[in-house]
Design a protein around this ligand. Structure first.
Ligand code: NDP
Length: 281
């Protein structure tokens, strides 16, 4: 089974558009883009397009490549204090001279629709999720919508980043999977991956996961966005060979990526709903 993130995200966005319309609320997402990295520019464009699609207003803050930490913090502070803004997304990665941790920590947790603030990360790990990072959140939605059981199954997450690997592991654990996290220092990674009923790969290495590493019938979620030696877009998983063994698999593109954006929209509406109940926020 191919897990079609594109079709599912279309469905979720349409549902969200209706919900927003019925609510009478007008959520606003602000994006902060520092510099002119083409991939980041493209992601921000896609996010604004999705906002338009579902009836979320969007504000775009752009700062030059040379921006200082202080300048980025000031932009975030203005958005924190802007009563129109429901959610703030700082597009990562930030240029080297900018202190990413300080910037992430400066976003009000109530407006942190990316779910990267330590308060939101802590809540997730405490089993009380509020804003869940969009990529792992979207993956959980996908597993649930496709009726893939999680409880009691062996799940392996390859990659331990703050934006994907760690929150993914926490979400799977909260859903009662038995979770192993692997990373670059893991010894005998193939043997661990071989045992997994659910494999999530988020490492950023083109076609790293080969068929012989994957258990027959496993569910394989490919987060990676890479380019192979011929410049072709591909995931972390060698799709053609792994698809033969997996019971379900996400393609790249058209798998996890669109779900990430749909989840960002859902988080933004959620932030606005919370704010409308408590206008002080
Ligand atoms: P990071 O670079 O932050 O983290 C990569 C992780 O993979 C690290 O934990 C690293 O280990 C681990 N790793 C790297 N190489 C190996 C290896 N050979 N064996 C085992 N572990 C390894 O990346 P992200 O988590 O931000 O992103 C991962 C991929 O997902 C990228 O391709 C990115 O573009 C993509 N992505 C896709 C999204 C989507 O919406 N589809 C959203 C976000 C990311 P260590 O910690 O030891 O260094």
């Amino acid at each position: 089974m191919i897990l079609d993130g594109k079709a599912l995200s279309e469905k979720r966005l349409e549902l969200l558009r209706e919900k927003i319309e019925e609510s009478g609320l007008y959520p606003h997402l602000a994006t902060v883009l520092v510099g002119s990295d083409p991939a980041s520019q493209m992601y921000v464009r896609m996010k604004h397009r999705a906002c338009e699609r579902v009836g979320i207003g969007s504000v775009r803050i752009e700062l030059p490549e040379t921006a200082t930490t202080q300048e980025v913090l000031q932009a975030v502070e203005r958005l924190n204090n802007d009563p129109e803004i429901s959610g703030i997304l700082v597009q990562l990665p930030l240029p080297r001279q900018v202190d990413t941790e300080r910037v992430i920590n400066a976003v009000l947790p109530e407006k942190d629709v990316d779910g990267f603030h330590p308060v939101n990360a802590g809540k997730l790990f405490a089993g009380q999720p509020q804003f869940v990072p969009c990529t792992p959140g979207g993956i959980m939605t996908m597993l649930s919508e496709y009726g893939i059981p999680i409880a009691g199954r062996n799940a392996v997450v390859v990659g331990r980043s703050v934006d994907v690997g760690r929150p993914m592991a926490a979400l799977l654990l909260n859903a009662d999977a038995t979770v192993t996290i692997c990373h670059s220092k893991t010894v005998d990674l193939p043997a661990i991956v071989q045992r997994s009923d659910i494999l999530v790969s988020a490492i950023g290495r083109a076609r790293f996961v080969k068929a012989e590493m994957v258990k027959e019938g496993a569910v394989v979620i490919d987060v990676g966005i890479n380019h192979d030696e011929n410049g072709k877009l591909c995931g972390d998983v060698d799709f053609d060979s792994v698809a033969e063994k997996a019971s379900a698999i996400t393609p790249v593109p058209g798998g996890v990526g669109p779900m990430t954006i749909a989840t960002l929209m859902e988080n933004t509406f959620k932030a606005e709903q919370a704010r409308s109940c408590n206008p002080v926020l």
